[in-house]
Design a protein around this ligand. Structure first.
Ligand SMILES: Nc1nc2c(ncn2[C@@H]2O[C@H](COP(=O)(O)OP(=O)(O)O)[C@@H](O)[C@H]2O)c(=O)[nH]1
Ligand SMILES: [Mg+2]
Length: 388
């Protein structure tokens, strides 16, 4: 046993002794459940946790991203009379990975598990998972849909199952550990291990367990438990399962994210594609259809802007995507307004630089960079509301 683990064991033992002396049971396990519109699943989940874990020694932390169906209120209603139930309500924030990290950092329990709130994960596995890590033999226990004895029937489609299998093969390379289900969202580890790593976790795209496993030094010893992946109890799936994109974004974030932030890189890439769309439409309208240049340029600008809005909504802001005709329309309007100001700033700054003797191409690039940063900063705030 290394020194950190030994210190940790001593801490748990003395906390246990103190709690027993006071006639209570020490807090041992926190179960973190990220939620987005899961109201109907909360009370049944609390019942199942109680059945699995008994009356004391655990708490559940629901991390809710301000669901509009009243999920947080529902959890607070239960928490009012049941102190094991806690709620973190995040305002203007979205994302499964960051919700899990914040929940795991918000407990005093020495062990922490993350699981879905929709009943696809079976809480009955928690005891064995806890025992495996508590024994000191393993650093992380997780539930696998693809382990011997598990099944992935609850996965909604064949293509998703295939996506998961491809991701597993990639993940094996990344972590150096044999994992039958690297994209699992149901795992348990020592909280001090998590805290040690919390600084380096990306909280973007990457599945959180994979992120933990691939950044841990030394490598974690992993124990797999077969999971019978169930259908969700109530509500609908929130994730649009771009497993491949999750992977690319996660990898980028890990290696290059400190140089150019991932979201800005995505935004810039979308902008670059927009230039191609612009040129294609301009050629069509101006060259092929013979309209005036000004009209061609105006049509091309509108089409490119709309394309950029659509693709940014789909990729860059996947975790806070706008849906529905109303939100999409006003989002698009705000995006166009932001870009118009950006374009004005672009031209003004470039012209000023050029007039002051800076090379024309350098002035142009400076204008484009300025407009991109402006568009990114403003649209992320006003269109996709990330910093509300
Ligand atoms: N806090 C939070 N939870 C989320 C978010 N997206 C999904 N979840 C929760 O994460 C869990 C898994 O999501 P789900 O939609 O069931 O994904 P699926 O099982 O892959 O279809 C559920 O408990 C969701 O409520 C999010 O952006 N923020
Ligand atoms: Mg689910």
């Amino acid at each position: 046993m290394d020194m950190v683990t030994e210190q940790f064991q001593q801490q748990i033992e003395s906390a246990g002794a103190l709690a027993r002396a006071q006639g209570s049971c020490p807090l041992e396990l926190a179960v973190v459940l990220p939620t987005l519109n899961e109201k109907g699943n909360i009370a049944p989940m609390v019942d199942r946790l109680e059945q699995a874990l008994g009356p004391t020694g655990w708490e559940a932390v629901f991390v809710d991203d301000n669901s509009h169906d009243g999920t947080a209120e529902e959890a607070r209603r239960i928490g009012l009379t049941d102190r094991r139930i806690r709620v973190i309500q995040r305002i203007g924030r979205r994302g499964l990975a960051s919700a899990a990290i914040e929940g795991m950092c918000a407990t005093a329990a020495p062990f922490v598990a993350v699981m879905d709130a929709d009943h696809q994960h079976d809480p009955a596995l928690l005891n064995d998972m806890l025992a495996a890590v508590r024994s000191g033999e393993y650093d992380l226990a997780y539930a696998s849909r693809f382990a011997e004895g598990g099944n992935a029937d609850g996965l909604s489609s064949k293509s998703r199952e295939k996506g998961s299998r491809i991701a597993n093969a990639l993940a094996r390379k990344l972590t150096g550990t044999e994992l039958s289900d690297a994209m699992s969202g149901f795992f348990l580890l020592r909280t001090d291990q998590l805290r040690k790593q919390a600084q380096t976790l990306s909280g973007i795209g990457f599945k959180i367990m994979l992120d933990i496993l691939s950044t841990a030094r030394p490598q974690l010893r992993v124990k797999e438990f077969p999971l019978k992946f169930a259908e969700r109890l109530s509500g609908t799936s929130k994730l649009d399962h771009g497993v491949a994109l999750d992977f690319i974004a996660g990898l980028y974030d890990r290696y290059l994210g400190r140089i150019i932030p991932t979201r800005f890189a995505l935004f810039g890439t979308v902008g670059g594609l927009g230039v191609f769309v612009h040129m294609a439409v301009l050629s069509l309208v101006y060259l092929a259809m013979g309209s005036s240049f000004a009209l061609g340029q105006a049509v091309a600008t509108m089409v490119a802007m709309t394309f950029n809005f659509w693709l940014n909504n789909l990729l860059t802001y996947r975790d806070s995507k706008l849906t529905g005709a109303h939100d999409m329309f006003f989002g698009w309007l705000k995006f166009c307004a932001t870009c118009a100001v950006g374009a004005f700033a672009n031209v003004a700054a470039a012209a000023l630089l050029q007039a002051n003797g800076v090379a024309w191409w350098l002035s142009a690039i400076a204008g484009v960079v300025l407009a991109s940063v402006w568009n990114y900063a403003l649209s992320s705030k006003f269109v996709w509301g990330r910093f509300r």
